[in-house]
Structure formats: C-alpha cells, structure tokens
Ligand binder design. Sequence first.
Ligand code: SF4
Length: 703
Amino acid sequence: GAALAVPDKRVDSVCPYCGVGCQLTYNVKDNKIAFVEGRDGPANHARLCVKGRYGFDYAHHPHRLTVPLIRRADAPPKRGDFVMDPERVMEVFREASWDEALALAGGTLAAIRDTRGGRALAGFGSAKGSNEEAYLFQKLVRTGFGSNNVDHCTRLCHASSVAALLEGIGSGAVSNPVMDVTRAEVVIVIGANPTVNHPVAATWIKNAIGNGTKLVVIDPRRSELARSAHRYLQFKPDTDVALLNAMMHVIVAEGLVDREFIAGRTIGYAELEANVAGYSPELMAPICGIDADTIRYVARLYATSKASMILWGMGISQHIHGTDNARCLIALALMTGQIGRPGTGLHPLRGQNNVQGASDAGLIPMMFPDYQRVDNPAARAKFEQAWGATLDDRPGLTVVEIMHAIKRGEIRGMYIMGENPAMSDPDANHARESLAALEHLVVQDIFLTETAYLADVILPASAFPEKTGSFTNTDRLVQIGRQALEPPGQARQDLWIIEQMAVRLGLNWAYTHVSQVFDEMRRTMPSIGGITWERLERENAVTYPCTQEGDPGTPVVFTETFPRESGRARFVPADIIPADERPDAEYPMVLITGRQLEHWHTGSMTRRSAALDAIEPDPVALVHPLDLAALGGRPGDVVTLASRRGQVVLYARADDSSPRGAIFVPFCYYEAAINKLTNAALDPFGKIPEFKYCAVRVKLGGE
Ligand code: SF4
C-alpha cells in the first residue's frame, strides 16, 4: 500500500520465531525493516503468521542494548524480585568499552576456573541463535571452561521427548516433516496448540483436513484446531499415560498390531503387550475422562489407516512423566507400523526457530555435537582431536540442576547468551535468587532482560536480522538466515562476542567467517557432513541427514532401519505416575502454562513489537467462566494467583477452553511472571520441569 516505503534492499532470510521455519524476505530502508514478505520455502510456501509478518520491529526498539555495561561498584545489591525499568538502567550499570567489558567478563570466569575448577562454571546458550553460535558456545564451555555444564531451553521444552526418542528409535529429531500431514489419512495432535504456537503448520493441517485427512485432537485444553477435528478428546490433565495405554490395549486386543513390522523392526514388544493388558478402556475411562467407546474408536482409526501421523508439543513433554508420555506415542507408532513411510511417523513440534539445531550442535550437557555422548570414550577422543583439548568425561548439569548447584555453592560463575532463565525457569523466585547469588554473571543479549539485570557484565548482542547463520527447523531442514541490518551502536554480532570471550579464556580461536564455523561442524557432525555452505547459500535449505556432498537430503527417515545398534526400534512400557503436586484444599486448582499467538516465550522480543503488544498488552489468566463466576468475578477483574512458591497479580479472562478447575497463564509477562508459581520437579530421564501441572489458588483482587 501507499504506506509502505520503497525498500533500498531485499534480503532473503527466515523467521526468527518458531520452529516451523518460514522463509521470508526483509524489505529494508535506511537500515530499518520496512516490511516483511513470505517466501516460497519448503515449510511455508510463502505463508507467514502474525509474528513472522509483523513482529520484526523489536530490532529497532529504543530499549536495545548498544554499549557494553558493567555493574556499578555502588549498585544496589542484586535482588531477584526486580521489576524491569529499562529507563533506570544507569543507576545499576555503567558504560564500558568492549575491551574493559570483555577483560572483566572473561577474566573473572577464567579466575574462577583456575581457582575452583571448570565445573564451578556453567553456560546457557540459545535456541534463538544460529547453529554456528550454538556450536561455538558449547565448544567454548567444553574447551574454555573445561566442563560439560552447558545447556539451553531445550531442557524446558522437549528434553523428555528427545530422551524417549533417543532411547526408542535412536534419533531425537522428527521422522517426517510437518508437511506430511497432507499425505496422512489420520493425524493425531496431542498436547499441542499449533494454531497458536506453530501457526503456519496449523494451516497445513487444515488444508489436509480439506482434502479428507481425519484429525484427532487430544488435549485438556480445547484449542482452535479442535473445532476442525474429526474427534476431539478433552482428557483430564496429567492422564496421558492412562489414555495412551488404553488405546494400545485396544490395538492389541483387537489384533490391529502390525505383526510384520514388530517382528522385523523392533525389540521389546512382549513387555509392552504385557504392560498394556492391565489398561482396558473401561478401567481407564474414569481416570482420563474419555469414554471407552471413544478410546476404542480412535485407537482403531489410528491403527487401521494407511498412513497415520502423530504431532505433539509441550502438553506431552512438560510433566515429570514426560518421557513416559513420549514412550507411549512411540510405542503406538511402532506397534502399528505407522512410521518410516510418507504421511506417518512421529513429529515433536519444536518450539524455538533453532532448538533443533542448537541441540544437534551439542548445546546439551550430556552430548557432544550430533548426540555423541560425552561419556563415550571414542566420541570424546574424536572431539579431543578435533578441538585440540582435553575434555571432561562427566556429563554436565542441566538448566534446573545448575540453579540448585549455585545455591549449594558449587557453581560460581555463568555465561548466559540469549536466554532468560529469570523468566523461563520453573520456581522463578528460586532461579532469580540463584542467579543473584553467582559471584560472576555474564549476559549477552539484545535487551536488559530480567536475567541481564542480575549480571555483572552485559555484552550487547545482535538481533536476528543483524547476522548471517544457519538455522534448523522442526523438520530437520537446515536453512540460511542472512544479515539484513547493521547492529545498532556498539552492539556486535554474537559469533564475534563468543570468539572474543574464548580468547579471554585462553583459547586460540580465529574464525573470520561464519562459513568456517559451519565447515568445522560438518567435519564433526556426520548428519550434516554433506551440506556445504555454498549449497546453503544457493538452495537456502537442505534437510539432514545429508551425509555426502550431493545427497538430496532426507525428509522421511527410518524407511529401512532405525539408527540404533541393532537397527531395530525398542518398545519401552510406561505406567501411570501422578503429577508431583496435586490440588488440595489449600491450593485447589491446576495451573497450566504456555504461550499465546502474539507473544513469544519470555516476551523480550514480542512485547517490544508494537503490533503484537497492542493486540495482547496485559498479563492474563484464562479462567473457566463458571470458576470465575464461582469466585464472584467478571472478565477483566484483577485476580491474584498463588502457589506454594509465589504469587502474581493479573487480569482474569473468561475462557472455557480449559476444563473447570484448570487455569491457563502465558509465561511472557514480566509484571506477572507466572513461573514464580510453577513447580521445579523434574522428569527423571529428560530433566524437564513440570510446567503443565501444579496446584494453585485464585482470589479476586490484587495482593
Ligand atoms: Fe514465524 Fe513460526 Fe509464524 Fe512461520 S509460523 S511466520 S516460523 S512464527
């Protein structure tokens, strides 16, 4: 329209928000993004959602950090209960040169390492950064700190799914791309709300339905997608294993298993069959709240279709039994042979734009790049040779474990790049106290996040459109994001900052171009060994596994074998484990946290995006209208939500998509940081916290 500026340049890139990985074009005028257009990428075919299309102006927000900052000697003591006021930043921090800031940041970490050992340090990398940034960050921690204490927000989203997938089928990534829903006869979406969290993926699901695919939505919250579903199962929160085992019981009892697939390609079926024998639909119906006939119908539908696909999200993974939930989904696919062909398989919808790539690149405490275990001597020897360093053989601590280790005095210094644990960690008051207790905290970010406020040194970094790198979407599609803008002021590209930190830690690094980092990754990561930087520049996207140059890439995997030692997948039975904290007389309701369409995770970007923030400006709790009426409240009233760990004040919104007794709150609002209430209890396998279930009470009014 007339309001759109005529751009100086158009830069082809990808969206910085979710794992769908939509390709887009930045239209740039005077070093500002004027507008964004969808581009014909494999995952989006020119479609974009509201975040991709309108959520770019955060990069130009006046709150951007443009100068290195050092905490003032006379700054008030670090406190976890800080409410952000970026206008008053200079009361706490002073400006510094890059040299001074890097010398202090790296020098103090090096001093802690030299006096207390490498395990006294930890690093959080970012699932929003590029593959190259993730790779260099973990390499810095492993070779510069000398420990494996490196993790990122995958721990908070799909760590349990990945644990189950690695154990069961030997690979933590998806078997089939989202687009395969258009080739499926039956699609199950469980514990996911794609319309909100993977919006363009949801449009492909709707297109599939238009062409006759039957959609089954299984979720305690009735998502928008449920309206288009052939069947919607509103099961009780926390009863996934009961429901899924009952479905498997039906499939066994009615002889709907794929005997040939089980015999030829799996192990452990007998144990699985014996386990689900005790889970008849009649027994499970009152537990999960779905009648036995519906359980039977959906089990038959899934098992007997020519191609059935399962997509899942945080509703499955964010429980102390998240790994068990995912084990059940894997078993469902294996026992019916619904994997290894187009239109079938298992798709954990990845959240961040590069959470898949950051995990692949080794930003996890128990694995080197490409999921090679740190306690495997052969893998360690390989990386010791590649990196010219002696590496720690002990798996490092995970996100939540690191917060506890700080409290115990075991971890004294941290380097956090592009993550905001003060908002995203469970039991956030505890997490903030831990961050405040560090002797030395270095934060590299684009805004003064709630985490950055607790830093000793803040390194001003680059926003997504200010740098070039590769990013791996939920489909295992490696795509190139290209620099469209110059960083503001003295803000620098993250790759440069990581490298400068490495030098201050005594490492002899000299990468001059992002492609050199990618080349090093190719040499140590067989899954992407065949992808060259030139090919990425030329083709924009290649799906791994791509082991040899010239390989076309592999969108559908496990067609012949599974990447386990035997080549066979493994069934792992699961039994019901209740949530760690159940409602009681004092805290009678259930809290479920998640995201909104307009806001991204801790809100540091989207709440600084004018269009998105205008649509959802205030913290809200979605309460069932009957629960709200029972309190004597009305929509828009202020309510206080409290758990055993903290309380927040926000606005009540009447919303009947959750069952009575369950309250849904997005975790993006710093004024009402809902993770102050959540429970830090962990799944024992994936070490993921139970964000999807804790006990709360609600009352009208503030405080
Ligand atoms: Fe960006 Fe995801 Fe929206 Fe696509 S669906 S435009 S990747 S946020």
